[in-house]
Write a protein that binds this ligand. Structure first.
Ligand SMILES: NC(=O)c1ccc[n+]([C@@H]2O[C@H](COP(=O)([O-])OP(=O)(O)OC[C@H]3O[C@@H](n4cnc5c(N)ncnc54)[C@H](OP(=O)(O)O)[C@@H]3O)[C@@H](O)[C@H]2O)c1
Length: 308
């Protein structure tokens, strides 16, 4: 696996769940510029203390202020989810194109997409060539209606920019990120601890390929190394499949809570993915979901005496 040292790296979305630990870790040995609106000034102060140079910009505005044009690598993780189609189209799609134009001298771009771009299809393991569709078209996800469609559209913008400006690009479709930065399983852990029923799909088990923060950070240099023109498109996910039923059951086992499930059609259905291409390009993930989920519980609830 290649390493990233002494590079000038721009990261977007760095006040969010996934990018924040990446930015702080990369800032230890690289010159990291972080771009966001910094809606939360406390996060800005935390990032600056970790050595990240913060640049305030709104992707939809297209003015990237003090972000140097001569960066070596761009890791584009920002996503706007305002429920306003025009604003989200401007930030996610036009913003991607404009940002890649600004960073067109880069040696490599990692554009972070989502496995929410795949058209739902039960327990099928999605490969990169499978049909795309609006995975979020269920009432439970009505609070982020623009998400899937604009993640697909943003991939289009990244692919176009890669060819237009000849920028080596990887589009990595992330599955369920989790770890010390939280994530979807953390919400379910809270439900387990409150003895609330967990919503799962009627087409049980509700399968995913969760990926731990440690693997995300470890795989970034490799994903930048395989960037190409036209863009490389790859799933970015844990090599182990696990159902919500599995990891919530495990939370129950660790914490001594009985876990109950509420089967419904009003949740996202399975998004299990084929990781063959990922493994060929950058190797497998290393954190098993059992280990990662246990560490999640230990990190957020150090007071709990966990069972084996
Ligand atoms: N979390 C997941 O479960 C998951 C799953 C699959 C894929 N992904 C993908 O992984 C990436 C990171 O996700 P995340 O969950 O960490 O995101 P998040 O927590 O929702 O954070 C979104 C980030 O985007 C920035 N942002 C939003 N609108 C912006 C705008 N108009 N201009 C500039 N920055 C803007 C926000 O910063 P400000 O508000 O400060 O501007 C924030 O840093 C995204 O591309 C997402 O689609 C996430």
């Amino acid at each position: 696996m290649p390493d990233l040292v002494g590079q000038k790296i721009a990261i977007t979305g760095l006040t969010g769940q996934v990018a924040k630990p990446v930015a702080t870790a990369l800032a230890e040995r690289n010159d990291v510029f972080g771009l966001a609106r910094f809606s939360n000034p406390a996060v800005r102060a935390e990032l600056e203390a970790a050595g990240v140079r913060c640049v305030t910009a709104d992707l939809g505005g297209g003015d990237f202020g003090e972000l140097p044009a001569d960066i070596d690598y761009l890791i584009h993780m920002a996503v706007a989810k305002t429920m306003d189609w025009d604003a989200d189209m401007a930030a996610n799609v036009e913003g991607t194109g404009l940002l890649l134009h600004h960073c067109r001298q880069a040696k490599g771009v990692l554009h972070v997409s989502s496995t929410a771009v795949y058209h739902p299809d039960g327990h099928h393991r999605f490969a990169e060539t499978d049909p795309l569709g609006d995975n979020h078209r269920v009432p439970a996800m009505s609070w982020m209606p623009t998400y899937s469609i604009l993640k697909i559209a943003a991939e289009g913008a990244a692919r176009t920019a890669a060819r237009l400006f000849d920028i080596p690009t990887t589009i990595a479709r992330l599955n369920v990120p989790y770890g010390h930065s939280g994530g979807w399983p953390l919400f379910q852990l809270a439900q387990v601890l409150a003895d609330d029923p967990i919503a799962v799909h009627t087409d049980s088990p509700t399968l995913y390929n969760p990926i731990h923060d440690d693997d995300i950070l470890r795989m970034i240099p490799g994903l930048l190394d395989v960037a190409s023109t036209p863009a490389t498109v790859v799933n970015w996910a844990g090599v182990e499949e696990a159902g919500i039923e599995d990891w919530c059951g495990y939370f129950g086992q660790l914490t001594g809570h009985d876990v109950s499930f509420l089967p419904t059609d009003d949740v996202l259905e399975s998004v299990a993915v084929d990781t063959t291409r990922m493994v060929e390009l950058v190797g497998p993930t290393q954190v098993s979901w059992h280990d990662g989920m246990r560490r999640l519980v230990e990190h957020f609830h150090p007071d709990l005496a966990l069972r084996s």
